[in-house]
Design a protein around this ligand. Sequence first.
Ligand code: ATP
Ligand code: MG
Length: 251
Amino acid sequence: MATVIETKDLCKTYVVDKRQINVLKNINLKVDEGEMVAIMGPSGSGKSTLLYSISGMDQATSGKVLFDGEDISKMKSTDLAETRLDKMGFIFQQMYMMKNLTILDNILLPAIESRKGGSRADKIKKGEDLMRKLGIIEVADNDINEVSGGQLQRACICRSMINSPKILFADEPTGALNRTSSNEVMDELVKLNKEGTTIMMVTHDSKVASRCTRVLYIVDGNIRGEFVNDENSGEKDRERRLNNWLMDLGW
Ligand SMILES: Nc1ncnc2c1ncn2[C@@H]1O[C@H](COP(=O)(O)OP(=O)(O)OP(=O)(O)O)[C@@H](O)[C@H]1O
Ligand SMILES: [Mg+2]
């Protein structure tokens, strides 16, 4: 399998009041095409920072992030912006949906912005197809305050998928949802992954992580451990094994 993401001694340091805070400390990881990787770890351990640095939302202090073999810190900012728009999808907890647009128009935004092919009608059809697939087509013309939290999160997934990205980054995509909505959102993400989208997501929820192919555990800016979920065992079994592993790490 081809490697989509590789980091080499990735470090991120913030300076606050002249004090250095080393948030990421020499992170070395690889994510292959078709993987669904969960990042877990205590609050403040650097999970979001890692996702931001890898996806080019934020710049690493030192070290490298290779996307498809290319060093993103060496890309021109316009090229990085285009790569992020066309090849990466993003689902974050505080999703910035535009208040004056309908759900469908919000989903279409990255497609309209992209130079990637297709007429406006094609893009609308794709947006509607995605909404149908995620079971929210009936709220296409609603405003963003006229849908439930679960529907809004599924709309975010549609938006993240509109340009058919190679990789999807998600920071606690189920964090604000109840168990039922969380399961539904995970069903969709697993489906997208099975169809070929590589996924990298941060989660606090071991039930969510047990549905990923691999789990990385971060403590204090270091990768403390890695767990590969057994694809062939049942859901409960996977959850139990992951929970045991997490407990050993002090979760
Ligand atoms: N812009 C910033 N300036 C200074 N410090 C920051 C900044 N962003 C994050 N930090 C610090 O970096 C550390 C890691 O933050 P990060 O948001 O990556 O943690 P996290 O693992 O995602 O936590 P959580 O589970 O609570 O979301 C924290 O100590 C945080 O205070
Ligand atoms: Mg976070």
